[in-house]
Design a protein around this ligand. Structure first.
Ligand SMILES: Cc1cc2nc3c(=O)[nH]c(=O)nc-3n(C[C@H](O)[C@H](O)[C@H](O)COP(=O)(O)O)c2cc1C
Length: 182
């Protein structure tokens, strides 16, 4: 039975979503670093993490330590079924329920390698977009703002599919519990 929400964040968008779900599900939420001393290995968790170059932060570490019942990836890309499948594929998540949420960007909070990689991607994208079209489309302008200024897409309404999944999960857990009591 799911007992905790564990998250890994670098710019706090995943943390914000984790706190919203924690309040909704009445489950404690902890960062992966804090969980190390507070949650026993093998415990059932919902794992949430930011995405870097299509990989979820510390997914291997979390998988090795805990029993992950569902995974939520948080990224800047707009949600689509195709992108979701790409993340499932890249993180070996075929056996686990997976949800994608749009977080945001906060270039000023990035450090070290993340900052370097993000700036490289931002500058490369800018170059490609300007080459493609001298007058950038509104969509491209929004993307440039996300790369160079920062943007926040966090919205409680995005959590609906996860809340629906959790309701079904609880019903199934209840049915399993009753079967074993008989
Ligand atoms: C170096 C770097 C690479 C990123 N790569 C991706 C990516 O492949 N796909 C995506 O959707 N977002 C990508 N992002 C955006 C982050 O996933 C996004 O900012 C997310 O909200 C981060 O979560 P956090 O705030 O919890 O750390 C990248 C960000 C950085 C810094």
């Amino acid at each position: 039975m799911l007992k905790y929400i564990v998250y890994k964040t670098k710019t706090d968008f995943t943390k914000k979503y984790a706190e919203l779900l924690s309040a909704k599900f009445r489950l404690p939420c902890l960062s992966l670093d804090d969980a190390k001393d507070k949650i026993l290995p093998g415990e059932s968790i919902l794992y949430m993490a930011g995405i870097r170059a299509s990989k979820l932060y510390d997914i291997k570490k979390a998988k090795n330590r805990y029993n992950i019942e569902a995974v939520i990836g948080v990224g800047m890309n707009s949600p689509s079924e195709q992108y979701k499948l790409e993340i499932i594929e890249n993180n070996d998540l075929k056996q686990i329920p997976f949800f994608y949420l749009r977080g945001g960007t906060a270039p000023e909070k990035l450090q070290g390698f993340d900052k370097l990689l993000f700036n490289t991607i931002a500058n490369m994208t800018k170059k490609t977009k300007s080459k493609e079209n001298k007058n950038m489309s509104d969509e491209d302008k929004k993307l440039m703002d996300a790369f160079f200024k920062g943007v926040n897409y966090v919205d409680a309404d995005n959590l609906k599919p996860i809340i629906d999944w959790y309701s079904s999960y609880l019903i199934i857990q209840d049915m399993i519990g009753k079967k074993y009591k008989k």
